[in-house]
Design a protein around this ligand. Structure first.
Ligand SMILES: Cc1cc2nc3c(=O)[nH]c(=O)nc-3n(C[C@H](O)[C@H](O)[C@H](O)COP(=O)(O)O)c2cc1C
Length: 271
């Protein structure tokens, strides 16, 4: 990719109105090759399929002009939601690098047709799928209204998402140091209903990630954990670009967290 990850992430937005033409063969092949090889740091395989909308009978009431969908399934094993979110968002960012628009859809799609096309197994789940196509010059009225409704162009303040040492003190951009840009990239990640459930506590050289839940589980599991995985992919891609070395570890530090806020994973900086 020739643009930086940070630029790509800053330019990203959900796309719900598409030009009335299919992906070029070149873009289709590139996307197919990318999703076959995409990985995540949680070691859970996510299996993608690029599907023809008309042939598989796929549709969404909030999407116009789409000709194809990218769908994926994952086995319900530990960490499947964050692994899924991480891999799916990487695929969406790759698509964007080629001028292809996406939007993750968990609710507004004819789910059973998608699950049939994916040949979903007993212990498998498809948390989201996304249309893939070229963004239309003008958004549909519905798309504009949806963006207003979810305040899609804004995000919570940095210091209300990220904290220092515990949850009492907000983290300033300055105190975040080398973690600042990766966290800023996370802050601009997409999430279901723009709920932004991610929280982070920086303690020394380790950043602990938490999920502030505002939604209930449904048959798909905890969709906000998928949001966490999406945010973690932004963080991880940009920290790599910024030369911040380290890796994810599961080691709950036992910090007292607000109600409905649960520990997910930590990023430990390499000493
Ligand atoms: C896990 C997940 C599920 C989503 N489900 C839907 C959906 O069912 N329908 C829809 O129109 N948008 C859906 N979205 C898109 C969000 O509404 C959108 O990402 C958010 O409002 C922020 O806007 P932005 O992506 O343009 O920054 C979903 C996003 C995520 C991450």
């Amino acid at each position: 990719m020739d643009t930086s990850m940070l630029d790509l992430i800053r330019r990203r937005r959900s796309v719900r109105s598409f030009e009335d033409r299919p992906l070029t063969e070149e873009d289709k092949n590139a996307l197919e090759a990318y999703v076959q090889a995409v990985s995540n740091p949680f070691g859970v395989p996510v299996r993608f399929r690029l599907l023809n909308a008309r042939e598989a009978g796929l549709s969404s009431p909030v999407i116009v002009g789409e000709k194809a969908y990218l769908a994926a399934k994952v086995e319900r094993v530990p960490n499947y939601e964050i692994a899924f979110g991480y891999s799916f968002e990487k695929a969406c960012l790759f698509a964007l690098s080629r001028g292809i628009g996406t939007v993750m859809l968990a609710a507004t799609l004819n789910r059973s047709a998608f699950e049939k096309a994916l040949e979903l197994g007993q212990n498998e789940v498809m948390p989201v799928a996304s249309p893939v196509g070229y963004p239309a010059g003008k958004m549909s009225v519905r798309e504009s209204l949806m963006r207003k409704g979810t305040k899609a162009d804004s995000r919570k303040a940095f210091e209300s998402l990220f904290f220092k040492d515990g949850f009492e003190q907000g983290l300033s951009g300055e105190a975040a140091g080398i973690f600042y840009q990766p966290l800023e990239a996370l802050r601009w990640a997409p999430s279901a209903t723009n709920g932004q459930p991610w929280r982070g506590v920086l303690a020394g050289d380790t950043l602990h990630f938490y999920e502030a839940r505002s939604m209930k589980d449904n048959s798909l599991g905890d969709i906000q954990k998928v949001d966490l995985g999406i945010g973690l992919s932004h963080f991880d891609l940009v920290r790599t670009e910024e030369g911040l070395e380290g890796g994810f570890v599961f080691e709950d530090p036992g910090i007292k967290a607000p109600e409905k806020t649960h520990y997910i994973v930590s990023f430990r900086r390499k000493p």
